[in-house]
Design a binder for this molecule. Structure first.
Ligand SMILES: *Cc1c(COP(=O)(O)O)cnc(C)c1O
Length: 426
């Protein structure tokens, strides 16, 4: 395939946008080469600026769960746009999306809309701190909760200690309130809780992780967290920005049968427009301004265009009783097919999968946390990524990202993908 126009567009972009992109993973740093510029997309296919057609396994990192340019979503947005795109005043559609979301997700009474997953997680933590009166939070190494300061933290030196900034610009003062635990390791959490007794507002987690590749929570890990949080008066925050409205109607809470105290949403809930949200029960949400003292606001929050896309998307998902099952079956089919295709290639690999999330890591050892994910062999991953791309298959351009299957993918598309993997050599 030829990527001349994409490369020219990237060169132009780099002159006026840092690194040529508005979000770093798009730049192909992990796999090398120039990123591909999209011209348009329909269903399961991306059409790039050089006229190539690619089968899409990232679905805009999750939102396009029913495929690109899905007619009910597009029509809703077009109709709404004709009536004005932002008022800074309440609109009925905000309540309609809130009602639908509250009816689909177990265990929530109220939801507040924001503009991104980052904002949702940032605000959820502020609410947790305001509600509990405590400052510290625990997060897990390798989980991503957006780019706000409190989450850009890496493990500090020493065993049970506070984190340190993993980006310049994040202050030590912020970092000291974020403690780092190990995913799938309940003891690592218990140690932190014991060492910070009475000081913890929240534990935030991706209930099925998707930002170190797909990592499945081991049996008893999430339920252990739930129990620990209830015992210690710590709020359990599920960051369902990826898993919400993807793993089940009620997201990971339903899929894992565990209730969290605060939930964060993004991606699917906006139907491809910028929407995030956080939600909880009445008691906790009543602490939020203007009802309560915890401040949070947004000029474009609940924007009618974004709400119309979200409402159309969730309506489709809510009305189709089979969609999550169908997606999980397609993902299982792809998993088995890739497994058979890669088996005799002479490279060690692991495939992790939960629902319609999946990832391939080139390592001999099971991938269950950040350290085991980071063991992956990047040269093999690059060969895999570019080998598939050459055959018209667009996979996440980093081993730390999950595949997101969309319902427009046909079994013929999956067979094409599996056949492409069979032709790879490492
Ligand atoms: C994508 C993501 C975020 C951040 O959402 P943005 O809309 O990119 O700000 C937060 N948490 C998780 C789990 C995510 O996958």
């Amino acid at each position: 395939m030829v990527y001349e126009r994409s490369s020219a567009l990237f060169a132009a972009a780099k002159k006026v946008i840092p690194g040529g992109v508005n979000s770093p993973v798009r730049a192909f740093k992990a796999v090398g080469g120039d990123p591909i510029f999209v011209k348009e997309a329909k269903g399961a296919y991306l059409h790039d600026e050089d006229g190539n057609r690619l089968i899409d396994f990232i679905a805009s990192w999750g939102p396009m769960i029913l495929g690109h340019a899905h007619a009910p979503v597009v029509n809703a947005v077009v109709e709404k746009a004709k009536k004005g795109t932002s008022f800074g005043m309440p609109t009925e559609i905000e309540t309609q999306l809130a009602q639908l979301a509250v009816s689909m997700v177990p265990n929530i009474d109220k939801i507040r809309f924001v503009n991104s997953g980052t904002e949702a997680c940032m605000s959820a933590i502020r609410l947790a701190r305001g509600y509990t009166g405590k400052d510290k939070i625990i997060k897990f190494a390798g989980c991503y909760h957006g780019h706000s300061d409190a989450f850009l933290i890496q493990a500090g030196s020493g065993a049970v200690t506070f984190g340190s900034p993993n980006s310049p610009g994040v202050t030590q003062g912020t970092a000291k309130d974020t403690l780092l635990a190990v995913y799938n390791d309940l003891d690592s959490v218990k140690q932190l809780v014991a060492a910070n007794k009475g000081e913890l507002a929240a534990i935030i987690i991706e209930p099925v992780a998707g930002n170190m590749g797909c990592i499945v929570p081991q049996k008893d890990f999430i339920s252990g967290l739930r129990e620990l949080c209830s015992q210690e008066g710590i709020l359990l925050v599920f960051d369902e920005v990826m898993t919400g409205f993807r793993l089940a109607r009620g997201g990971a809470q339903e899929a894992l049968n565990i209730d969290a105290d605060i939930l964060c949403f993004g991606k699917v809930i906006g139907g491809g427009l910028p929407v995030g949200a956080f939600a909880s029960n009445d008691k906790i949400m009543s602490h939020l301004a203007p009802e309560g003292p915890v401040y949070q606001a947004g000029t474009l929050s609940g924007n009618p265009l974004a709400m119309s896309a979200g409402l159309a998307m969730l309506t489709e998902l809510n009305n189709d009783g089979e969609v999550f099952k169908r997606l999980a079956e397609k993902t299982e089919y792809l998993h088995k097919g890739l497994d058979a295709a890669l088996k005799d290639k002479g490279v060690p690999y692991q495939i992790n999968r939960f629902g319609s999330m999946m990832s391939v890591h080139f390592t001999p050892d099971p991938v269950h946390d950040f350290a085991s994910s980071a063991q992956g062999d990047n040269p093999h991953f690059k060969t895999y990524f570019h080998g598939m791309l050459k055959q018209g298959v667009y996979l996440p351009p980093s081993a730390f990202e999950s595949y997101f299957l969309n319902d427009a993918l046909s079994y013929a598309d999956l067979d094409h993908t599996i056949a492409a993997a069979q032709r790879l050599s490492f």
